[in-house]
Design a protein around this ligand. Sequence first.
Ligand code: SF4
Length: 204
Amino acid sequence: MFGVPLNDSHEDPLDELINTILSQSTTNINSHRAFASLKQRFPDWEQARRAHTDSIASVIKAGGLANVKSVVIKNVLDEIKKRRGNFDLSFLKTAPIAEAREFLLSLKGVGPKTAACVLLFTCKRPVFPMDTHIFRIFRRVGLLPDKISDQLAHQKIENLLPPKKHYSLHINLITLGRRICHPKNPKCGQCPLSDHCDFGQSQL
Ligand code: SF4
């Protein structure tokens, strides 16, 4: 129904990490605006790392929660510099997935979804970020229980996915959530998953 989207990202992994932190609890437009302002004000990440959190907060305010996100960004930059000696995260493209994920999750303020976004989008690893649309759909379909931790849910779904479907499924489920499987009044009659969906079957 939605085609098969291809991942043609050439983004730097650290740029993607900061971008994903900025995208929390806001729209894509606002987070992209905040990221552009941040890059304009601090053209290299060392400058941002050395800046005061207030200076970072003032340039990312378009993305919302600027005071919280500025602390997370500064801490992430500090930690990466301390542990790696530079800001090159390209090792995440080839390190064992568990190790790559563990590195990202060990950064304060980086959760399972953010880690998975970096690994899937820019490192092109077979991992599966889950946002609120994807959680809702998997719960309705019957693949996830109502109560499950973020980390366990990511693991459980990742174990079910066939190879090379992670990116297209991620993008298409978000599209499904936005267009058809709405939080209220999902359009189950138009949904390509209805034959396989517990909630959909109860509605039809
Ligand atoms: S059948 Fe309905 S509840 Fe199930 S995934 Fe589709 S729209 Fe959502």
